[in-house]
Design a protein around this ligand. Structure first.
Ligand code: LLP
Length: 445
């Protein structure tokens, strides 16, 4: 469920008319709903009753400072993956002591930054990494809290680029080698074994793979608790969201109408299946969801530049491009595209929805049925809150898009659109390229 809906003919985020946002801040602009994030967070927490749960929001999904502050206010820690993300947590006033540091290639400087700021644990992916963390902690005269990431070899049935829990992925240590890795860690005197972690993939729409992975790793958690007194088990993130019927899925009625065997995963189903498996372990449970927390809480607003009617094909050219939202180009992902002003008297249109970037991959949707919209009108790309702005780039020297946070009837710009001057601020032309020194003769005029 989410808080994007039509009031009359106009698409709103909570009580804010999205046309008003576009008028003030231009397009392309990401718009986030604070109430939707709150709902997602609370539903997750509420549905694992009786467990000691810490939600570590996977901030890679959307790391705007305002979003981090909002989750921090709700009680979240963070799953972070770089020194940059750690500094964002600090800048947002978030709690590093309730946060975990993941990633297969943490640098010495990043490990130091984590230790200086009291990170709850490092999630370790390999034996060489154990040695590196031990080394840095030794230099600092501290003990580094760690958990080893187990690769449970479970098929998450998701997109190949975002599945992580199979043995042929680069992530984690196979279960059969895991005890040896913990033994090795226990011999490194600057490490403190704190927990165990796994994450099997992203955009999972069924609970089965989560159940399979938890069942597979649980006996090992019990062994680790006995051997090393571990205090937590992180079961990762990965809960999927609705992309195809994104707008309709904001309403409870849509969920009620889904046949039981077709209903996408919800926190209720997730909690009901997992809580009974996790409770007997008697350890704290960490959750690292990213997409579920913010995916349906954000849209990308764009304006139509032209409707180009071709022979047998229409192209709706909008002012957002693959640099603003790369998921369709990168993963062939589907984002529902809806008009900001709905008008049922308009005829329908079938078009490829494309951006202005000079390559064919800059395509958001092929042969998409849409309401006929013309130059200057607004559209919204739904379910764009996760892995949207964070994956944006400056390709074609297009500035990073703006971000706006809505809260009830209030809204505020939380990241200004990047200017041309900001884009080129770090660049310079070296002296040896000055025309006088380079030996390049100016062409005769
Ligand atoms: N924990 C770990 C260790 C992860 O690697 C990830 C995501 C998460 C948690 C959060 O997963 P989530 O709850 O968001 O599914 N850019 C891709 C998704 C990449 C996910 C990478 N790891 C996309 O746009 O679909």
């Amino acid at each position: 469920m989410h808080h994007f809906h039509y009031t009359g003919q106009d698409l709103h985020c909570e009580s804010v008319d999205l046309a008003a946002v576009a008028k003030l801040y231009g397009t392309p602009t990401y718009v986030y709903s604070a109430a939707t994030m709150t709902d997602n967070f609370s539903r997750l927490q509420r549905n694992l009753p009786g467990l000691d749960v810490q939600i570590c929001y996977a901030m890679k999904a959307c790391s705007n400072l305002a979003v981090l502050r909002h989750f921090s206010n709700l009680g979240a820690g963070f799953d972070l993956v770089s020194g940059g993300e750690l500094r964002r947590v600090l800048a947002a006033g978030g709690n590093v002591r309730a946060s975990v540091f993941a990633g297969v290639g943490k640098t010495e400087a990043e490990i130091r930054l984590g230790l200086e700021n009291g990170i709850y644990a490092f999630h370790v992916e390999s034996e060489p990494e154990l040695a590196r963390i031990n080394h840095v902690a030794g230099q600092m005269g501290v003990r580094a809290p760690i958990a080893i990431r187990i690769n449970p070899d479970v098929d998450a049935h998701t997109h190949a680029k975002i599945t992580t829990g199979k043995s042929d992925n680069k992530f984690g240590i196979p279960l059969k080698n895991a005890m040896a890795a913990y033994e090795a860690a226990s011999k490194l005197k600057n490490l403190r074994i704190r927990g165990v972690q796994m994450h099997i993939g992203s955009q999972l729409t069924e609970v089965g793979p989560f159940v399979e992975a938890v069942k597979k790793v649980s006996p090992f958690v019990t062994e680790l608790k006995a051997a090393y007194g571990i205090e937590y088990f992180s079961i990762g993130g990965g809960m999927g969201i609705v992309y195809r019927d994104a707008l309709a899925s904001g309403q409870a009625a849509w969920w009620d109408a889904q046949p039981a065997d077709k209903r996408p995963l919800t926190p209720e189903v997730y909690g009901a299946a997992l809580a009974p498996l996790l409770a007997p372990l008697g350890v704290k449970i960490l959750l690292e969801h990213g997409r579920f927390m913010v995916g349906n809480a954000g849209v990308l607003l764009a304006r139509v530049e032209h409707l180009k009617r071709g022979a047998g094909k229409n192209f709706l050219i909008v002012d957002a491009a693959m640099n603003d939202l790369v998921r369709p180009a990168m993963y062939d992902s589907y984002h529902e595209i809806v008009p900001v002003h709905r008008d049922s008297s308009r005829r329908a249109l079938v078009a490829d929805v494309v951006g202005p970037i000079c390559e064919s991959g800059d395509c958001f949707a092929k042969d998409r049925p849409l309401q006929d919209v013309g130059e200057g009108e607004l559209v919204a790309f739904m379910s764009a809150g996760a892995y949207g702005h964070v994956m944006a780039s400056r390709y074609n020297t297009r500035g990073m898009p703006a971000e706006v946070l809505v809260n009830g009837s209030a809204f505020e710009l939380v990241n200004a659109r990047e200017t041309f001057e900001q884009m080129i601020a770090g660049e310079k032309i070296p002296a040896f390229l000055s025309i006088a020194d380079s030996g390049v003769r100016k062409p005769d005029r």
